[in-house]
Ligand binder design. Structure first.
Ligand code: PGA
Length: 254
């Protein structure tokens, strides 16, 4: 069985390199808690070097976005070969906070292709804005998954990681999180959509993560029997002790 995946999405935090180094030192002190998981840290770009210098058996480096197109000159963009040279192994793509700025699923699909051609694994985020009793979100999710993965060739599907992040649950408090029953139902649905696209055997290999207000108090119920193979964690990942508890809950699940 592959190790559970834990992604620390630092977003635009912490506020200084010194604080970033401080968090990394604290994470390193809890080394044993991360031995049985695949931990990725996705820092803001200016901290890539600091995180990169500490990668190794404890954690790997991820980035928070990918350019859609590789251009020779592009002011303000960080091209995938630069990210790769820092040791970036995985890229978050299609995060709801980026989609909210106008990123369409077609652009997400281009970013997936860019990541793969640079040898960086795409972690594609999908998730509905609202959940309703009639299950309207399922149609939305099917469409969003299909369009976001439209550039992906069958042979590359095994490099894909999918994160289900319902937008209504991102950045809320621990109680704003999804009900475990709703989560397992959605994971089953996502697997079915992936099976329709790539076939059952491949779909079973694609890890599905959950993200949205995960913290040390709710991890256990989110990962127990829900079918998720890991977590994408925002705020709580900046706190070394919360991250440690989350990692330990992921291991207990195994
Ligand atoms: P949150 O963020 O854990 O702070 O809700 C998750 C995310 O946006 O990836």
């Amino acid at each position: 069985m592959a190790k559970p995946i834990l992604i620390a999405n630092w977003k635009n935090h912490p506020g200084s390199l010194k604080e970033a180094e401080n968090i990394l030192s604290k994470i390193s002190r809890n080394r044993r808690s991360y031995e049985k998981i695949n931990l990725f840290i996705a820092p803001p770009h200016p901290y890539l070097a600091a995180v990169s210098s500490r990668t190794g058996s404890l954690f790997k480096l991820a980035c928070q976005d990918m350019p859609a197109l590789v251009k020779e000159t592009s002011t303000g963009s960080v091209m995938p070969d630069i990210l790769k040279s820092f040791g970036v192994r995985l890229s978050i793509i299609g995060h709801s906070e980026v989609r909210a700025q106008g990123e369409t699923s077609e652009i997400v699909s281009q970013k997936v292709a860019t990541a793969l051609s640079a040898g960086i694994a795409p972690l594609v985020c999908i998730g509905e804005k609202e959940r309703d009793r009639d299950g309207e979100q399922f149609g939305f999710l099917r469409d969003e998954i299909g369009r976001s993965l439209s550039s992906l060739k069958d042979g590359d599907a095994q490099k894909l990681v999918l994160a289900y992040e319902p937008i209504w649950a991102v950045g809320k408090d621990a109680l704003g999180v999804i009900e475990p029953g709703d989560l397992s139902q959605t994971v089953i649905f996502i697997k079915r959509v992936l099976a329709d696209i790539f076939g059952r055997e491949m779909a079973d290999k694609i890890p599905i993560l959950y993200g949205g207000s995960v913290d040390s108090s709710n991890t256990r119920e989110l990962v127990h029997n829900t079918g998720v193979r890991g977590l994408l964690v925002g705020r709580a990942s900046l706190d070394a002790s919360s991250l440690k508890t989350i990692a330990e809950s992921l291991i207990e699940k195994e």
